[in-house]
Design a protein around this ligand. Structure first.
Ligand SMILES: [Zn+2]
Length: 398
């Protein structure tokens, strides 16, 4: 079993150790040492990174026999008996110390403010989550929770780590029963929280800096809280603040008044949309009346044929729909411009085949589309008004 130096000193950044085993790996190699300062991924806390013998350490895990395996990012001819120097990436380590210590305080604060037990935790690269058994953690409860956990941070409680025989664990009133047997490592935030934990922690709760709750969501009969500690909370605040300031400038209000200002803006834009769609209906009605007047009797049918400039397909369909309410009417509409669009429709009692007419039109411009005998549409590359007018004219029987 590898001696774990971080268990006694989470702030140890450099150490020397003897190589016990060298294991081949595809991209590099892996070594087992007699002792290590590298934390192996466990209990939801990711492993440390750093350098070992001048080579980057890319993964650290615990083997079933208790040995810690350091996976190296490059091959080196290390041999059992070699002495190597290890250096921990302390930026990453301290970041996870802040998250993990903050989580212990948060779990205790959850018990105190909401009677909620922690079910599981996950420490991620960007944010961490804690799943609890309580539902309905409303805004007020969450605010009280945030106040309580930050009170514990600011009380600057000493962190005391003890190795205790299993039989004596009961005396410590642990928040959750330990998962290990034999000697149990207990992490205490002085007088506040006692947890069985093998992770790396700060020396005093004040070093957590701050705990920010950033999200609360329902999760399998409980709640998942997303939280950020220390520097992560500060960076998050900086990014949010920059956005709020920019939004405030756009809306001409202070950053804290962005939400009501946005609500007003949304109501106004909804009202504008409603008025716009009413006006559009009137324009379409007028346009339909104008096109109706241009209808030509061909056989038993009334044909309305027109090219419109740069029209959206939606608007053409709405126009065609209005026109085919007239008996025995055939409507052939084309839009000329950067994109050609054809919209062919007929009244239920007209007989011409829209699909066949569309195929004939599409063949002339290399466009794609399809439909049925009563309605067909298609579009393609740019065409001039003259070109689409000629295409439509060629479709008129007679
Ligand atoms: Zn822990």
């Amino acid at each position: 079993m590898t001696e774990r130096l971080y268990r006694h000193d989470s702030y140890l950044t450099t150490f020397t150790a003897r190589v016990l085993e060298c294991l081949p790996r595809d991209a590099g190699n892996a070594v087992v040492l007699d002792r290590t300062g590298f934390y192996a991924a466990a209990g939801g806390q990711p492993c440390d990174f750093g350098m070992l013998g001048g080579v980057p350490v890319v993964d650290v895990s615990e083997r079933a026999d208790g040995a810690i395996v350091h996976v190296l990012g490059a091959k080196r001819d290390f041999a059992p008996g070699d002495t190597l120097t290890g250096t921990i990436d302390f930026r990453r380590r301290f970041d996870y110390m802040q998250q993990h210590s903050g989580q212990h305080l948060l779990s205790q604060a959850l018990v105190r403010t909401a009677g909620a037990e922690t079910l599981s935790v996950h420490f991620g690269d960007e944010a961490s989550t804690i799943d609890v058994d309580a539902v309905a953690l409303g805004a007020e409860k969450l605010a009280a929770l945030e106040v309580e956990v930050n009170r514990a941070v600011q009380s600057d409680l000493a962190v005391v780590v003890r190795e205790v025989p299993e039989a004596e664990v009961a005396a410590y009133g642990l928040r959750r029963p330990p998962k290990v047997t034999g000697m149990v490592r207990i992490v205490e935030f002085e007088g506040y929280d006692w947890s069985a934990c093998g992770g790396t922690h700060v020396r005093r709760s004040g070093q957590v800096g701050a705990v920010a709750l950033v999200k609360s969501e329902k999760r399998k009969g409980g709640t998942r809280l997303t939280f950020l500690c220390g520097n992560r909370a500060i960076v998050h605040h900086r990014l949010l603040n920059a956005q709020a300031v920019m939004l405030g400038e756009l809306l001409s209000v202070s950053p804290l008044e962005v939400l009501p200002a946005f609500e007003r803006w949304r109501e106004e834009s909804q009202a504008v949309r409603t008025r716009l769609s009413e006006a559009t209906e009137l324009v379409l009605d007028a346009e339909a009346a104008r096109l109706r007047a241009s209808g030509r009797q061909i056989g038993a049918e009334n044909w309305i044929v027109a090219t419109l400039d740069g029209r959206e397909p939606d608007s053409m369909r709405a126009l065609a729909k209005r026109l085919v309410t007239d008996a025995k009417t055939v409507v052939l509409l084309a839009s000329a411009g950067p994109r050609t669009f054809f919209c062919f429709s007929r009244a239920p009692d007209a007989m011409s085949d829209m699909s066949a007419l569309l195929r004939a039109a599409l063949a002339r411009v290399g466009a794609k589309g399809g439909g049925s005998a009563s309605y067909a549409q298609g579009g393609g590359p740019a065409a001039t008004r003259e070109a689409t007018e000629a295409i439509l004219a060629a479709l008129i029987p007679g």
